[in-house]
Design a protein around this ligand. Structure first.
Ligand code: FES
Length: 106
């Protein structure tokens, strides 16, 4: 079971930046790309749990601030030659409001 949860206005996420939300599944980083796409990725790098939310966003990728692994925002996968995957979550933007789909904990 899952449900869509309203996060807030798209404008509260800096373009090419991220906003972190706390959820029962742990911290999730919401990234906003240059083209205003929004991606939700677990805020823990698959390498050594670096805070991806503090990384640099370029295209649909974020570079981890700790050791520069590049993580694809859509799949959560590290780009080769690195290997690993962070959880991702479905998002959508409705009338300028960001929504995320999370598993229900009930
Ligand atoms: S913790 Fe992200 S690259 Fe090492």
């Amino acid at each position: 079971m899952s449900e869509w949860i309203e996060i807030g206005p798209l404008d509260e996420i800096p373009r090419l930046g991220a906003r972190v939300i706390q959820t029962p599944q742990g911290d999730i980083a919401l990234f906003r790309t240059r083209g205003d796409s929004v991606f939700a990725v677990q805020d823990r790098c698959p390498h050594r749990q670096g805070p991806l939310s503090q990384g640099l966003v370029h295209d649909n990728t974020v570079t981890c601030p700790l050791h520069n692994w590049e993580i694809d925002l859509e799949s959560g996968r590290a780009l080769p030659p690195d290997e690993g995957c962070a959880n991702t979550y479905p998002t959508r933007v409705e009338n300028g409001v960001v929504m995320i789909e999370l598993a229900t904990t009930r």
